[in-house]
Design a binder for this molecule. Structure first.
Ligand code: C5P
Length: 232
């Protein structure tokens, strides 16, 4: 587990909302995840502002393209100083290795993380894309491919974290969304775990959005979560 395991999902679409939230979230207590909507609208300028404020950024753009393009994209992410970046494992070994190689020469490269099967997809959706093996087996296969291609970890559910660690070692990172403190609403998440249970199950980083960003007091919500996972 990291000393700062909470990655706050900044799922807002305007710079002002992002900066208002970021101002309340101390860089000593969390890191920030920026996804496609906010990045597409606000881009590099917002990243630079957040970096100047001392925030570590997980750039959640899930790159998936030909190896040369993905390698170039993760290099740009590294040049911008992001702390973590991700790609789709289904882009295949050549794409994954090109991304890992692209970061090899940076003294402090971003962590390179794979997405396996999107949790929005069910078995029927997967079959429709031509993947005949069961969904869980496909997730396991893509996780192994990511580990074998030199990536630093995967996004997975906390329920899967222990199996990922058992298969690929303790240093292979698990980044887990679907986290809900006991006091928070489930929203649209179905298979949820509390922060403390997720850490106990082997999660390295917890992606948490609405329980913090929509809390009446985001500072207090983050502090409560951090207290719940800090060893006494
Ligand atoms: O608000 P909430 O805590 O549900 O936000 C979770 C974040 O993690 C969102 O940015 C969501 O898109 C992301 N995520 C997820 N489940 C996945 C992968 C990513 O909830 N399997």
């Amino acid at each position: 587990m990291s000393r700062r395991p909470v990655l706050v999902a900044l799922d807002v679409n305007h710079r002002d909302d992002a900066l208002r939230l970021a101002a309340q979230l101390a860089p000593r207590q969390c890191r920030l995840k920026i996804g496609k909507e906010l990045y597409t609208r606000e881009g590099r300028a917002l990243l630079e502002t957040l970096h100047q404020q001392g925030h570590d950024i997980f750039l959640d753009l899930k790159f998936h393209d030909i190896p040369n393009t993905v390698a170039a994209a993760v290099r740009v992410a590294a040049d911008m100083g992001v702390w973590m970046v991700n790609v789709h494992a289904s882009g295949g070994r050549k794409m994954l290795e090109a991304a890992a190689d692209a970061l090899a020469h940076y003294p402090k490269p971003p962590l390179l993380i794979a997405v396996t099967v999107l949790t929005s997809m069910n078995a029927a959706d997967l079959r429709e894309t031509g993947v005949e093996e069961p969904l869980a087996a496909h997730v396991t296969r893509l996780t192994a491919l990511a580990a074998d291609s030199g990536l630093n970890g995967v996004v997975c559910s906390a329920q899967e974290a222990a199996a990922v660690k058992a298969a690929h070692g303790d240093t292979f990172l698990t980044i887990t969304p679907g986290i809900r403190p006991a006091w928070a609403a489930n929203d649209d998440q179905s298979r949820i775990m509390t922060p403390e249970a997720a850490i106990a199950a082997g999660s390295d980083y917890l992606v948490i959005g609405r329980p913090i960003t929509r809390a009446t007091d985001p500072v207090a919500a983050l502090a409560a979560i951090n207290r719940s996972i800090t060893p006494d």
